[in-house]
Each structure stands twice: as structure tokens, then as C-alpha cells.
Ligand binder design. Structure first.
Ligand code: AHR
Length: 532
């Protein structure tokens, strides 16, 4: 009888083994292990930043459209503002971008009727200057965000940058502080974050400099700005140029070594695309962002040895422009009032989720990030005269910004991987090849016993059943489940049809140390629950 029982158990074990072998042949079974003691760093809210540039219809016809029945008394589009608020924009970069390198802020303040129109040379438009510093600050207040200004390090002077800081941050007394008051803005704005130019490593930048000349100018500009407003935080223009004849590491090396005592952040930019229509290559592109983060992290660590920073934090990384951008990149689509109007699909949304996972996985060093841009211009929100819709990329950003906070955890992810071919990540850039790309791309945050897992299933057609194990404590109660997905990776949203959006799914029962969840193909899932 006993023997029989053993045999029966053996048969059952054999059966289970064959089932699990069958499963691994037909579909992988993955594992995510959570250990709340394995922390990476605090997620800074400023990674959920955005960007408003005077480019195409980002400002005019985007956030600002005086005279439109859809706008309020300040000329702000109410429908757009509501969508912007949904993104919890923690930080808004302004006014450029390439635009800033020939922007003279005095053109955009004072009575509207006296503002001078200018040729906008970066993106070939007429800049009316009807929207400027004070209009932007009104907008920032209305959406409850924090401003992040860039000064003109191209055609601008160190004196012009100093005067802008005085206009914005000095309460009273000197000429530019009094000018702000005369313009009707009694209280200073106390703008804390300022970047020393934009993409100064790029030959396309108006007033482009070599690294040594940039550092000299940035150092002197920083000096005057800090003497005017001592509490400000400064961001150096790091690498944006990854074309074959550029040397981004040399640029960053010089910037970090020359400005290591001066700046608080180094700005990096990345745009990726799928011009060859290769889904798996494209889905791996956030890993390039992670590799570049690693390289710059090493450079920062080296320079921080022996830096003379007093009690200030070490230099952090600001990915202050990131996104998918490759369709609206012909000479025609980069000019005029309809410039850079990229229409996004589901695979783009998955790549954006991948970027956000990278920022969280590197939360100890990436303390700022700005999706480029906010409205119409490579943006999550798209308008017409009659209305707006939320593009696919809106939804992962919204889910992260609303849920992923606290401490970033170093979770173990055990799943199948794939290798890519050699490919271009963006137009004009050098090529890359990625090995061992995990099908599951994961980040985790933990705060007050709440755990949030952000998971992209990169697999095009396989659902991935995953054991999620808690190694420190037990799951406690149901998990909320949100999913961004669609019928097809090429699905786009449009006016009246937001097919790709975040959908709240049935809650997941979670008791004990193990939960099982099946991540659908080509999806982004956010799981939120508790650990006791
Ligand atoms: O975001 C669009 C443009 O991309 C910005 O103006 C510039 O900084 C970058 O090249």
C-alpha cells in the first residue's frame, strides 16, 4: 500500500515535471524576487518632469491659445490643462531646447503690445513673444509644477543670464527686480533649477562651442547667477551628440572635470526610433539609456573624488530630454508651426515605460528627467482647434507619475532573453547591438509598506507567467492592476478614439509570499499592493 502511494507520488511528480517542461517549451515561466532590504536609492519626484519649448505648436496652439473658446481668461487651453494635470508634471523645463540658444528673455516680458516679434531660427517660425516668462510662470502655478529654466549660452551673454535670474528671483531693489514688479508681478518666483544652455555639444546649436569654451562660459555664467541668487541649482549641458564623428564621453569628461565644483546636475539627452520597423530592436533602446547612465555615473564618481563641493550633494544625472522621435525628423517636418508632430503607437508607449524603468533602476544617480515635450511637439498630448487627445505615451507616464514613488528596489528578474541585431537607435547616431535583453523589463518602488512593480513584457506574442516572490515579509491583501496595451503594437490613438490607454484590471488576490501573474504580450503593467 505504502509503495503504491510512493509510486503515485512519483507519477504525479513526473506529470508535474512534464507539464512544467511543456510550459517552458511553449511559454516561459519567469520569476521576480522582491527584497525590501535591497535598496537602490530614493526616487526623486523630478524624474516625472516635462518640457515646454517655443517650437511648433507646443506653446502657441498647445498650452496657450488666446481667443479659443476652449481657453480660459489667461489664454490657457482648459482641455489641455486638465490632461497636463493628469500627468502630475513635477518639473517643467522652459523655454528650450534649441530655441533657447538665440532667445533673449527681455523680448518676452512687459506689455503684450510692446513685445517684439523675431525670426525664430532653430525651428523656422515667427516668434511673436506673446508668451514669455510671466505667462509661463502663471501656467506653472496653475498646473502645480516646478519651473526649470534654461539660459541662452549660444548667442546670449553672461550678463543677460544674470539679469534674468535677477528678474525672477530678487525681491526688490535692483533694476530687473523692479522691472518685474512694474510688469505686475510683485513677488519673486524663486526659480531654483537653471540649466547652463542646451545641447552645446551639438554642431546644430546656435552659438555651438567646443567643450573647453563651453566650460569657461558656463563657469562665469554660473558665478554671476549664484551671486545673484545663491540657492539656485545648476545643470550643465552634457552629451546629446552621439553621431559617428562625435565624442560624447570626451565632452562629458571635460564638463565634469571643469565644472565639478560648480554644477549640481549634468544633463543628458536621448531620442530613439524604429526607422527599420524592427520591434525587438526598438524595444531594447531604453537599455542604451541605461548603459549611458552607467558610463556617466562612473565619470561622476571619478570626478567627485577630490571635488571641492562643501556640503553639497554629488553631481546627479538629469535626463532632461528623452523620448521616441524619428518620424517627424525630415527637413520639412522639422520646420514651422507644425514641426515635430509625431503620432505615437503602442510600441512607442512601451519604450517610454522602458525609459521610466531605467530612471527608477538608477534612482541613486538619475534625479531629474523631462519627457520632451508636453503638447503637440513629440508629446503625450495632441490638439486641434476643436479638441485634444492623449497619445499612447501619455499612459505609462501617467501611471508612473501617479504611483511609483519612494525607494527604488533592486529586484531579481529571472526570465528569457533575446539578442538584437546591429541597429541605429536614432537618426544619424552610431549603431548599437544589445545582448541578453530580458523579455520582462522591471522596476520596483517601495514606500510605507506599499510596493509598486512596473513591468514591460517585451514579448511580441507570448504572455509570460511569473512567480512574484516576497523575500522580506508577506504580501498583504489585493494588488491593484493597471495595464497599457492594445490590439496591435502599431495601434495609435486619435481624436475621439483613445484605444491605447491604461485599463484597471481585476484585482489580484495576494496572500503569503508568492503571487502569480501573467503579463500579456506587448504590454505595460503596474501592480500595486502591500507587504507586511
Ligand atoms: O526636443 C526637440 C529638440 O531636440 C530640442 O529643441 C533640442 O534640445 C533637441 O535636439
Amino acid at each position: 500500500m505504502r509503495m503504491k502511494k510512493v509510486n503515485w507520488i512519483r507519477t504525479l511528480a513526473g506529470l508535474l515535471l512534464s507539464v512544467s517542461l511543456l510550459m517552458s517549451a511553449d511559454g516561459q515561466h519567469a520569476r521576480i524576487k522582491i527584497d525590501t532590504d535591497r535598496t537602490i536609492g530614493e526616487v526623486n519626484e523630478m524624474i516625472y518632469g516635462n518640457f515646454v519649448e517655443h517650437l511648433g505648436r507646443c506653446v502657441y496652439g498647445g498650452i496657450y491659445e488666446p481667443g479659443s473658446p476652449l481657453s480660459d481668461e489667461n489664454g490657457f487651453r482648459k482641455d489641455v490643462m486638465e490632461a497636463v494635470k493628469g500627468l502630475n508634471v513635477s518639473l517643467a523645463r522652459y523655454p528650450g531646447g534649441n530655441f533657447v540658444s538665440n532667445y533673449h528673455w527681455m523680448d518676452g516680458v512687459g506689455p503684450a503690445g510692446e513685445r517684439i516679434p523675431r525670426m525664430e531660427l532653430a525651428w523656422a517660425r515667427l516668434e511673436t513673444n506673446q508668451f514669455g516668462t510671466n505667462e509661463f510662470m502663471k501656467y506653472i502655478k496653475a498646473i502645480g509644477s516646478e519651473p526649470y529654466f534654461a539660459v541662452n549660452m549660444g548667442t546670449g551673454t553672461i550678463e543677460e543670464a544674470q539679469r534674468w535670474v535677477e528678474y525672477c528671483n530678487v525681491k526688490e531693489g535692483p533694476y530687473y527686480a523692479e522691472l518685474r514688479k512694474k510688469h505686475g508681478f510683485e513677488e519673486p518666483y524663486n526659480i531654483k533649477y537653471w540649466s547652463l544652455g542646451n545641447e552645446m555639444d551639438g554642431f546644430w546649436q546656435m552659438g555651438h562651442l567646443n567643450a573647453e569654451d563651453y566650460c569657461k562660459k558656463a563657469r562665469e555664467t554660473a558665478k554671476l547667477m549664484r551671486l545673484t541668487s545663491p540657492g539656485i541649482k545648476l545643470v550643465a549641458a552634457g552629451s546629446s551628440n552621439y553621431r559617428p564623428n562625435a565624442d560624447p564621453d570626451a565632452w562629458n569628461g571635460t564638463v565634469l572635470s571643469e565644472l565639478k565644483d560648480v554644477v549640481d546636475y549634468i544633463a543628458l539627452h536621448i531620442y530613439v526610433g524604429n526607422p527599420d520597423n524592427n520591434y525587438y530592436n526598438f524595444l531594447s533602446t531604453p537599455l542604451v539609456c541605461e548603459q549611458r547612465t552607467e558610463i556617466v555615473r562612473g565619470m561622476i564618481n571619478k570626478e567627485m573624488q577630490g571635488a571641492n563641493r562643501g556640503r553639497r550633494d554629488p553631481i546627479y544625472i538629469a535626463w532632461d530630454e528623452y523620448n521616441v522621435w524619428y518620424r517627424a525628423r525630415t527637413s520639412e517636418s522639422m520646420r514651422g508651426t507644425r514641426a515635430l508632430e509625431e503620432h505615437y503607437n503602442l510600441e512607442d508607449a512601451l519604450v517610454v515605460a522602458g525609459f521610466l524603468n531605467v530612471f527608477i533602476r538608477n534612482a541613486d544617480i538619475v534625479k531629474m528627467a523631462n519627457m520632451a515635450q508636453l503638447v503637440n511637439v513629440i508629446a503625450p498630448i495632441y490638439t486641434s482647434d476643436e479638441g485634444m487627445f492623449r497619445q499612447t505615451i501619455y499612459f505609462p507616464l501617467q501611471l508612473f507619475a501617479q504611483n511609483a514613488h519612494g525607494t527604488s528596489l533592486d529586484v531579481l528578474v529571472d526570465c528569457d532573453t533575446y539578442d538584437t541585431e546591429q541597429f541605429f537607435i536614432g537618426l544619424g547616431e552610431t549603431t548599437t547591438q544589445q545582448s541578453d535583453v530580458p523579455y520582462l523589463d522591471v522596476s520596483a518602488t517601495y514606500q510605507d509598506h506599499e510596493i509598486v512593480l512596473c513591468v514591460v513584457n517585451r514579448h511580441l506574442d507570448e504572455a509570460i507567467t511569473t512567480d512574484i516572490l516576497c523575500q522580506t515579509g508577506q504580501f498583504d491583501g489585493n494588488f491593484e492592476v493597471y495595464e497599457v496595451n492594445g490590439p496591435d503594437i502599431k495601434t495609435m490613438n486619435d481624436f475621439g478614439t483613445e484605444t491605447v490607454q491604461s485599463v484597471r484590471k481585476e484585482e489580484l488576490k495576494a496572500r503569503g509570499e508568492l503571487i502569480e501573474y501573467t503579463f500579456p504580450p506587448h504590454s505595460f503593467t503596474l501592480l500595486k499592493g502591500r507587504i507586511k
